[in-house]
Design a protein around this ligand. Structure first.
Ligand SMILES: *Cc1c(COP(=O)(O)O)cnc(C)c1O
Length: 228
């Protein structure tokens, strides 16, 4: 994949995002595209940056830190942590990300707060919508208690979820609806804005946008299949 191809694929993704926003009657530009760049080279990321991407999502703290060092010349780049964060990595992660999208425990919030208070780390609470399937994220019935327990330690900006795998993008819709309703209920119950809803990946980001996503995390549709 060369720079021109990445630019073309990005252009196609952006058009699909704008079309989904129009279908849903939502404002142009009301979704942030985070390029999920795990396992992708810094050359590919530079190509995406040159084509206008400013938000990159990484899954592993070590990989993110190595890439940050190599891409330190790129101005106004924003790093998101979208993969699971272990408590023993919280100390390094606390200062390294614009937004930690995978907060799923009180322990982790406490570890972040110990190294970063003013301003506190910005986080999304990851919700495990599928139940059994994935091991990360908080069970839906525990999200409110978690938010109330961590709200004075970190800045909770909203919710993130990865629906369980399904046969097609429509399968994800019910989970996106569930996350949107959960956000509405919790914003009222907790008295917080919780303005961010991070949901939707390469195979289902248009459905996610129709259901209210404010952040989509797209990897393969931009960069192609991940190298193994
Ligand atoms: C890899 C990943 C993505 C992007 O997935 P694609 O299918 O490549 O678009 C989004 N979110 C998370 C949490 C991921 O790990």
């Amino acid at each position: 994949m060369d720079a021109a191809e990445i630019a073309a694929r990005l252009d196609a993704v952006r058009k699909r995002i704008e079309a989904a926003l129009r279908r849903a009657g939502r404002a142009e530009g009301s979704v942030r595209l985070v390029a999920a760049s795990k396992m992708q080279s810094v050359q590919m990321m530079r190509a995406a940056y040159a084509a206008g991407v400013r938000d990159f999502g990484e899954n592993y703290v070590q990989e993110a830190l190595a890439k940050q060092a190599q891409l330190s010349d790129l101005e106004r780049i924003r790093w998101h942590l979208i993969g699971h964060l272990q408590t023993n990595k919280a100390k390094v992660a606390a200062g390294a990300f614009h937004l930690i999208q995978s907060l799923d425990s009180i322990r982790l919030a406490g570890a972040l707060a110990r190294v970063r208070r003013d301003p506190p780390a910005a986080v999304l609470v990851e919700v495990n919508l599928g139940g059994e399937g994935s091991k990360t994220g908080v069970a839906p019935n525990q999200v409110e208690d978690l938010i109330n327990a961590i709200r004075n330690q970190v800045e909770v900006r909203g919710l993130m979820a990865i629906p369980p795998p399904g046969p097609d993008c429509e399968f994800s819709r019910r989970y996106f609806v569930q996350l949107r309703r959960m956000r509405e209920r919790l914003a009222a119950a907790c008295g917080l804005a919780l303005s961010e809803l991070s949901m939707g990946m390469s195979d289902d980001f248009e459905v996610a946008i129709e259901e209210g996503a404010t952040i989509v995390r797209v990897g393969r549709a931009i960069f192609g299949e991940r190298p193994r």
